[in-house]
Design a binder for this molecule. Structure first.
Ligand code: SAM
Length: 243
């Protein structure tokens, strides 16, 4: 049986609570009553839960049994800031596909008004990821970081496999690069970082930044994809190899 899933605002080892918009929806629209059963995501765990009580605008659940949770893909997406409606779509779909973290990045060719408005959009992007995680029955919500300049985001030091999606790359495909990485790490899935450029593509100095920071350019094939299509396709390729 498929139970509707909620993401707890607060929880301990035996109970969880919803407050705010989720609780209002549950109380007013779904007419919450004690005894009704749902799935509750509490931190990185998922539980079968039963409503224990409703107080004002908050709903309290007893956690009945833990349900096995699906891990996120070990992928951080550096997503260039581009037209907000399409970017929101990309965030929603990337969440459905299991991305663990999205870093919105400010790139040289980003439109100026988008760059100015990006910091004020982050909370909205987080809400979109939250809703999408709930809808797609994820057991966690991807982290949406504050927007960062590309240079800062690309320079982060770690052991991740770092792949920059580049439409002019002809020899190395994303799939080929991932298969090579998996040959080395075996069953230990590596952390993967993918960077998707803006509508105008990467500027030459950005390609140099990636190169200096150890990123490898990879292709998704001979056609030029829109940024949101590239983001979704890249995640689907990762999922097809890791899941
Ligand atoms: N420079 C391009 C132009 O205007 O002709 C378009 C850039 S494309 C719309 C946006 C981003 O999607 C690129 O920076 C790249 O990260 C990714 N992308 C699009 N098509 C791709 C492909 N075939 N292979 C790899 N990445 C691709």
């Amino acid at each position: 049986m498929t139970r509707r899933r909620w993401i707890a605002d607060t929880w301990d080892e035996a109970t969880a609570s919803l407050t705010g918009e989720q609780a209002t929806h549950l109380i007013r629209v779904l007419r919450a009553q004690p005894g009704m059963e749902f799935d509750i995501v509490a931190g990185d765990r998922v539980y079968h839960a039963v409503i224990a009580g409703i107080t004002g605008d908050s709903v309290r659940f007893n956690l009945v049994a833990e349900i096995p949770a699906e891990p996120a893909l070990p992928v951080t997406l550096l997503l260039a800031v581009f037209k907000f409606d399409r970017m929101e779509w990309a965030i929603e779909k990337a969440t459905e596909l299991g991305v663990a973290r999205i870093v919105p990045v400010i790139t040289r060719r980003a439109e100026k008004h988008l760059v100015r408005s990006a910091p004020g959009r982050v909370e909205r992007w987080r809400r979109i990821a939250h809703e999408s995680a709930k809808q797609s029955r994820r057991s966690d919500i991807p982290v949406i970081e504050d927007a960062l300049p590309l240079k800062t985001a690309a320079a982060r030091e770690d052991d991740a496999v770092k792949l920059v999606l580049a439409e002019q790359e002809r020899s190395t495909t994303l799939r080929g690069a991932l298969e090579e990485a998996l040959k080395i790490t075996g069953d230990d899935f590596p952390e993967i970082r993918l960077a998707i450029g803006p509508e105008g593509g990467w500027a030459a100095e950005e390609e140099a930044i990636f190169d200096d920071a150890g990123w490898k350019p990879v292709s998704l094939g001979p056609r030029i994809l829109r940024a949101e299509t590239a983001a979704i396709t890249a995640l689907a390729v990762v999922a097809s190899l890791l899941e």
